[in-house]
Design a protein around this ligand. Sequence first.
Ligand SMILES: N[C@@H](CCC(=O)N[C@@H](CS)C(=O)NCC(=O)O)C(=O)O
Length: 205
Amino acid sequence: MKLYFAPGTCALSPHIVLRELGLPFEVVKVDLATKQAADGSDFTTVNPRGYVPALLLDGGEVLTEGPAIVQYLADLAPDKQLAPANGTLQRYRLQEWLNFISTEIHKQFSPLFHPPVHEAVKEAQKVKLARRFSEIEPLLEKQDYLTGSRFSVADAYLFTVLGWGKYVGIDLNQWPAVTRFVERVAVRPAVAEALAVEAAAKKVA
Ligand SMILES: N[C@@H](CCC(=O)N[C@@H](CS)C(=O)NCC(=O)O)C(=O)O
């Protein structure tokens, strides 16, 4: 499998999951400005929407959309228990979290990264995000991970988006349990590895 990614983006979530699962894969860096991939391909031929992550499967099919990719990966190695079994209420709880992170956190961050967006809009986005972090705080005071005591693909995604606070002036220290969550996830060996690979890729032009 090949994971098309750009350092520091939402593609970190499936990158972490691939490493947590110990699956064989390659990472291919994409220049999001030019849509050129480091393997020489025009990334828009891989994902016509032009955004990462995209996962090229061994059979040649391409899977896109982070929440779908991480569930596909988790189901390749069910023994690692990064997602509850399909059809169970717990699996829908996981999907509830993935959708919440995608729509209520990830996409609420997006305008903050666009310079033309008016400051007042950015401030309103930050208020929305703060409300979401305040909702998660009491849960993470009670339990280590979103779905309980076990790390899941939703935690990889939450960790990824929480990492963006520092770039847009959101100080996560206002939410101590959320901050501890980030610290707890950051030291997982697979996560540290993914972060190191992405940091190295960022330095290469
Ligand atoms: N709906 C997509 C959104 C992916 C997305 O927002 N990717 C961003 C990076 S976090 C991106 O590649 N943006 C560049 C672009 O849209 O041109 C998903 O959940 O996977």
